[in-house]
Ligand binder design. Sequence first.
Ligand code: UD1
Length: 419
Amino acid sequence: MRRYEIRGGRALSGGVVLQGAKNSALPLMAASALCTEGKVCFENCPVLEDTSLTERILVSLGCGVTRKGGLMTVDPSGICRCSVCREYCAGMRSSILFLGPLLARFGRAEMFLPGGCLLGARPVDIHIKGLEKMGADVRVEGDRITAACPRGLRGAAIELPFPSVGATENMMTAASLAEGKTVIENAAAEPEIGDLADLINRMGGHVRADGGRITVFGVKRLHGCRKRIIPDRIAAFTFFAAALATNGNIMVRGADPAHLRAAMRALEKTGAAFEISEDGIGVRRALDRILPTEIVTAPYPGFPTDDMALAMALLTVADGVSSLRETVFSDRFALTDELLKMGADMTVRRNVALVTGVHRLRGAAVRATDLRAGAALIVAGLAAEGETLIEDDGHIARGYENIVGTLSALGADITEREN
Ligand code: UD1
C-alpha cells in the first residue's frame, strides 16, 4: 500500500514538464509487436507502472526491450510466444491491445479477460466482433480468450456500435497486416488514435484516420521506426485542476491545446484563464472564485471521461451548484464517498452528480479507488485545509510519472511512503 500525505492550502506556482501520454504509450508499445524487421524506438515514453507492465508483457513474448529514461527501444523480431499470461492481463485492461497485433502477425493469440481500473462493466465484445468480421475465430471460455485465423485476416467494413478507444486500436493493428482494405466506421477519434495511425504509417503501414472513420490498407510486413509519443492530455488537465483548486499559477510545458479543447472550454466556464504559448499552456484563475458549471462526458472531441473525477474535485470548492453527467462508463463516481469525507457536498443519482461547492475542503483519510479518482483526491488534498492521507493500492503510479516530485517542485507539501 502506498500512502500520500498532503498538507493542503499552498498555491501551486512554477512550471511542469508534461509527461508522454500513458493512453498512447500502451497501445503503441503493443503495436510494436507487429514489426518483423528492425527496432521500434519510442521517445517521450512515460515511466509508469502501466508502461513497465507492458514492457514485461513484451519481454514475456520474446521481445528485447531497453529503456533509458523516456527512450524505450523494442526489438520485436524475436517474438516466440503468442500468449499473455493471466497475471499480466489481470493487472491492466490494455493488455487486451495485444490481441490485434499478435493475431495479425502470427495468426493466433491467447490471453485472459483484462483487469484494470474498476469503472463499472468493461466488456470486450466490440473488440471480439470486429476481429470476427476480419475472419478471426475468437473464443471466450471462462476468463480465457483464444483467437485464431489460420488463413490470415482479411480486410472488412466494420461499424462499431460505440466508438470504443481500445476496440478501434485493436481493429487498426489487426487490419494493418490483413489482406485488403478495412474501413472502421464510428471509430474513436481520440488524439491517441491519431498517434497509433502515425506509428503504423512510420512502420510502413497504410492508415488514414479521419475523424470517426479509419481506413487501413493492409501490407505484407512492417518494419522498425522512431516515434515520439504525444503529451498526456489527462495529466495536463490534472495540473490545471490542481492549479485552479489552489488558486495557483502554473505553466504546463509541452501541453498541446489542440488535444485539450473541450477540457479547456469547460475550465474556462469555471473562471480559468489560459495562456497558450510555444512553450505550453499557462493556467490561473481569472476571478477570485471558481464558478459552478455543467459537464457532460462524451467520446472525443467531447469532454473526456478521464477528466471527470478531476473536474469534480475542483468543483467541490466552486461558488454554487455544478452538474456532472457521465455517459461513457457506468461507475465513474466511486470517489464521491471519499470527497464527502473531506467535507464536500454532493449527491449522485445514477450517472449524474450534483456538486454544491463548499468554502473549503478539510483534510481527511481517504482511499484511491482508481487511477483518476486517486489523482482527484490529490487535487482535493492540495486545496483542503489540514492534512489529507490518501491510501492507494498502486493506482496513481499507473498513470502519473513522479507525481510527488512534480507537485513538490510546484510548491505543494506532499510526501509518499510505501508499506
Ligand atoms: C480508454 C482509455 C481510458 C478512457 C477510455 C474512454 C486507454 C489505455 N484507456 O479505455 O483511459 O477512459 O478509453 O475514453 O487508452 N465497451 C464495451 N465493449 C467493448 C469495449 C468497450 O461495451 O468491447 C464500453 C466500455 O465498457 C465503456 C465504453 O465502451 O463503457 C468506453 O470504453 P473504451 O473506449 O473501450 O475504453 P478503453 O479503451 O478501455
